[in-house]
Write a protein that binds this ligand. Structure first.
Ligand code: ADP
Ligand code: MG
Length: 920
């Protein structure tokens, strides 16, 4: 049954491939036609293709011609002609699928086909790599193909961006032909290489800008087509943690304390009014005036004092609305929320938007540092933004279900260009880790003795180092030729790689196939770099250029060709020797959680038909075994009574391990699905906010929009205060106070004036006045300035409240498992709460904008020079997880720091250090 099913599955992907085969034949048939063309004629083809597209042909129509042209130019420029298998892969990628192509099959070259084709549309095609080094390497490596066909190509780095330009030279060999450009320009090229983090964080940062000029991704079709290299790593391993731009809100403790001292000096009912119905507090003009005096500022609503209002609001609420032992308790120096319905203490939960800190300041306990989430997205949802997505890797098939359900990506295994002849030996299983490592050391020793290079995979840096240490102490070199190849025996000086210095490690791993070499590497180390038996011929050629003092940029092609041939000859000798010895041997020191990762390690050997072998060494002390292997496996060993150093090599045990791995894979898939399910809730909200922001940035007229909000707010307020009540229950005083907080009122707007008026008339009067007041303000500041103010207020408010909302959502997501929602499905509870919070967010936005728009003024500093949020933090934001650094210029920063000897901003007349600064 199972066998039959398997047959069906592989047949269907074979069938899919069979459908593509005629295209490959077609491309091959075109070869003779393009071969005689000059470079310029090939280049001219690009324009013809563009014309054909403009005339209504599709990419599929021109695919055979385009692929034939790319292959021809690759032949000329790189000396590599795409194999048929590579054409197959290229077609699969173009179709928006995942091509499973083994390591060393030449996926870098494969990608040039669909990238060129899709790049012709002028909407940019992205190639996503696992690290910056590979983005750079592949841009310069493949650059000549695109360049000679007239397409521009760029690469993103963590802190820079470059366009490939063969005319550009620098002294830095690793930046050869890479001309630095503004990031935005890198996105405007036809093809852009970069890591998932750079693409993802650029997207998030683009949605935090305050001016469109700061956006770096394309304004139109920013996510047109992407090929993700090592797609399993990026879309599966990395996808467990979302991209987050967050940071500690800095130096806020003093500010909270300062406001906690100021606010009690305000007089209730005079300086502020409390609305218990909406649980909000509004400052009156008097209150504002007092605060401005104490803080020594002109206008608290001014854009430059933006940030202060947040603290103020929080402090007012904490003071006036939140009572100890009712809303919260203070326990062991912490403020703990009391659930209003059940009275339960909600340990660990925190109010958002600074309220919790304000209450802490009010209670004089330690104010906990805020961590603010500015923006977040899962990789899953980032990559779903693309109109067309494709992927390539050596190992995707085991995870094909996930690729399909989450990303809609079919996995199509592409047959290898030459038959694979690597021997994968069955596992050796030991009772203890010590015995296992003894065996590993002697295996390496044996391989080295016959000159075979060995690549040892480990699951952690510690184990790499431990093993290197063991090897140095315990091994003995028994290879008579070792000295001819290595100044120091590799057993005594193994190469240890830990995926930290990608560029340097790439150089090392590229040589890991040389005679008798020993390399110990963690899983990701050197990924994407080819291990060529006998060393890397390209590097050899470069060495020769250097030795002969030849500049590859200027030397005549024939000379270059001669040297390449010479290098190839030298390499061939070295290569043959290693092949004769048996090729690269892979040693796994532990089974990984996922079979895919083990296959990835094995796949480093046996590239393009090379000989090679692999073996995994496992012990019952290993993590995966301890957690998941069934008991009987351990018992079996005991019963057999083997001595510690005798491995068990049993098919049954190996199967047991594999089934343990399958279990873990399933478990991890569930975790990732979970992450996406939660992010999906945020995704809808994020889309809405980002679209809204964009409209604002694009200069949509906001006046009507804001006036609508004002009208709505007026309606709401009148409804709340005078609503359906009978005359004597109307709270006209409350209403007037509220309205006064929004805008100046004319003297005749008194309680007496409104007494007895029908509801509609009350609304009408306020509406008319609001309108008049608005026009008056516009008259005063000028229409153009008014538009700027509208934009600033709207953007500032949305950003501030959205960030608060996001932080709260994030906190809720983390806490919801613990909270115990009465046995409810936490996801359902999350969705419901997220929905309620969204409604509240909308209300808050309206309320805030209404309250701010009449007060705000435009002082010269109020429009800060547009700065990209976080050119720096963005870099810091490039790191995953919390505390990735705080964007500057985006969300407002903490207010300027008060010097210890400055007069205290609270207006007490004392020095700051003797007053509010004392606690700090
Ligand atoms: P992958 O990404 O699939 O592991 P790479 O793109 O790193 O493989 O390529 C592996 C090696 O194969 C490189 O050294 C490359 O130059 C070589 N190669 C790829 N395609 C061809 C080809 N068509 N002809 C000759 N060599 C090729
Ligand atoms: Mg690769």
């Amino acid at each position: 049954m199972l066998k039959w099913l398997k047959g069906v599955i592989s047949e269907s992907s074979e069938r899919k491939l069979a459908k593509v085969q005629p295209l490959v034949n077609e491309i091959n048939a075109l070869e003779d036609g393009v071969a005689p063309l000059s470079d310029a004629e090939l280049r001219a083809r690009t324009d013809q293709f563009r014309q054909r597209l403009a005339d209504g042909e599709t990419l599929d129509d021109i695919l055979p011609d385009a692929f034939a042209v790319v292959r021809e130019i690759a032949k000329r420029r790189l000396g590599e002609r795409h194999f048929d298998a590579q054409l197959l892969g290229g077609i699969v990628l173009h179709q928006g699928k995942s091509a499973e192509m083994k390591t060393g099959e030449g996926k870098t070259l494969v990608a040039t086909l669909p990238l060129y084709l899709n790049g012709l549309e002028g909407k940019s095609a992205h190639l996503v790599t696992v690290n910056d080094y590979l983005a750079k390497r592949d841009t310069t490596w493949m650059g000549p193909i695109y360049h000679n066909l007239g397409l521009s190509v760029a690469c993103l780095q963590h802190d820079a961006a470059y366009v490939y330009d063969p005319g550009f030279n620098t002294d830095n060999p690793s930046l050869r032909h890479l001309r630095p450009v503004p990031r935005r320009e890198a996105y405007l090229t036809d093809i852009t290489y970069g890591t998932n983090n750079e693409f993802g964080f650029d997207y998030l940062r683009d949605n935090m800008v305050v001016d469109l000029s700061q956006v770096v991704q394309r304004p139109e079709h920013p996510h047109h087509y992407a090929i993700v290299d090592e797609v399993d790593n990026i879309l599966i391993d990395e996808a467990r943690t979302p991209l987050i731009i967050s940071g500690p809100a800095e130096e806020t403790e003093e500010v909270y304390r300062m406001f906690a001292r100021l606010v009690p000096r305000l007089q209730p009912e005079v300086d502020y009014t409390i609305d218990h119905k909406t649980r909000s507090v509004s400052l009156s003009e008097e209150g504002v005036a007092k605060l401005e005096k104490w803080l020594n500022i002109k206008n608290i609503y001014d854009a430059q004092n933006y940030r202060l209002t947040r603290f103020l609001e929080a402090a007012l609420k904490a003071h006036a609305l939140y009572q100890r032992d009712h809303h919260y308790v203070v326990k062991d120096g912490e403020v703990v929320i009391v659930d209003e319905f059940t009275g339960r203490l909600m340990f660990g939960r925190r109010w958002s938007d600074g309220l919790h800190q304000a209450v802490e300041a009010k209670e004089g306990v330690r104010v906990q540092r805020e961590s603010v989430t500015y923006a977040t997205i899962t990789l899953q949802n980032y990559f779903r933004l693309y109109e067309k997505l494709a992927g390539m890797t050596g190992t995707a098939y085991t995870e094909r279900e996930e690729f399909h359900t989450i990303y809609g990506l079919d996995v199509i295994p592409i047959p290898t260009h030459r038959p694979m002849i690597r021997r994968d030996n069955s596992d050796f299983i030991y009772r203890t880790p010590e015995a296992k490592f003894r065996a590993v050391v002697s295996e390496i020793e044996e391989m080295h003795a016959i000159g075979r290079p060995v690549l040892v995979g480990t699951v952690s840096i510690e184990i790499s180092e431990h093993l290197a240490d063991l090897l140095k102490r315990r091994s003995k070199c028994r290879n008579p030729e070792c000295g001819q190849y290595h100044p120091v025996c590799p057993l005594k000086e193994p190469q240890v790689l830990n995926a930290k210095h990608h560029e340097r490690e790439a150089q090392i791993i590229a040589q890991a196939g040389r005679f008798g070499t020993v390399t110990i590497a963690t899983n990701m180390a050197g990924r994407g770099v080819d291990i060529n038996l006998g060393g890397n011929p390209g590097r050899l050629a470069e060495e020769l250029y250097r030795k002969k003092d030849i500049d590859p940029d200027t030397a005549p092609p024939e000379e270059l060709e001669r040297i390449r041939r010479e290098a190839r000859q030298i390499w061939q000798v070295a290569h043959d020797k290693v092949v004769e010895a048996g090729g690269l041997h892979i040693v796994g020191t532990e089974r990984h959680e996922a079979r895919r990762i083990d296959n990835q390690l094995r796949g480093r050997s046996g590239r393009q038909g090379d000989p090679g072998s692999s073996r995994f060494f496992v012990s019952f002390g290993d993590d995966v075994m301890r957690r998941f292997a069934p008991e009987w496996v351990g018992g079996m060993m005991g019963r057999l009574g083997m001595d510690e150093d005798m491995p068990l090599e049993s098919g049954m045990a190996s199967k047991a391990i594999e089934s343990a791995q399958t279990k873990v894979e399933g478990h991890n898939y569930d975790i990732r699905k979970h992450v996406v399910e939660y992010d999906d809730v945020m995704n809808t909200q994020r889309d809405l906010i980002y679209t809204e922001r964009n409209k604002i940035l694009e200069g949509t007229d906001l006046k009507a929009n804001i006036q609508e909000m004002i009208a709505e707010e007026i309606n709401d307020l009148v409804g709340t205060y005078v609503g359906d009540q009978r005359e004597e229950e109307r709270d006209l005083k409350g209403l007037l106070n509220e309205m006064k907080a929004i805008m100046p009122l004319p003297p005749h707007f008194t309680q007496a004036h409104f007494a007895g008026l029908p509801l509609e008339d009350v609304v009408e009067e306020f509406l008319t006045h609001a309108q008049k007041e608005y026009e008056a303000k516009e008259q005063k500041v000028g229409a153009e300035n008014m538009r700027t103010l509208e934009r600033l207020v709207m953007l500032g408010t949305i950003d501030r409240l959205w960030v608060g909302h996001l932080t709260a959502l994030d906190e809720m997501r983390q806490g919801i498992g613990l909270a115990g929602y009465g046995g409810q499905d936490p996801l359902v509870a999350f969705k419901r709460e997220a929905h309620d919070m969204w409604d509240q967010l909308m209300e808050h936005i309206q309320r805030n904008i209404t309250h701010r728009i009449y007060h705000v003024t435009l002082s010269p500093q109020a429009t800060p020079a547009p700065r990209r949020p976080a050119a720096v933090a963005a870099r810091a934001g490039g790191r995953r997880g919390p505390n990735a650094g705080q964007p500057e210029g985006g969300p407002p920063a903490a207010p300027r720091k008060v010097g210890r000897n400055d007069p205290c901003p609270c207006g007490s007349g004392l020095k700051y250090k003797k007053c509010c600064g004392r606690a700090a």
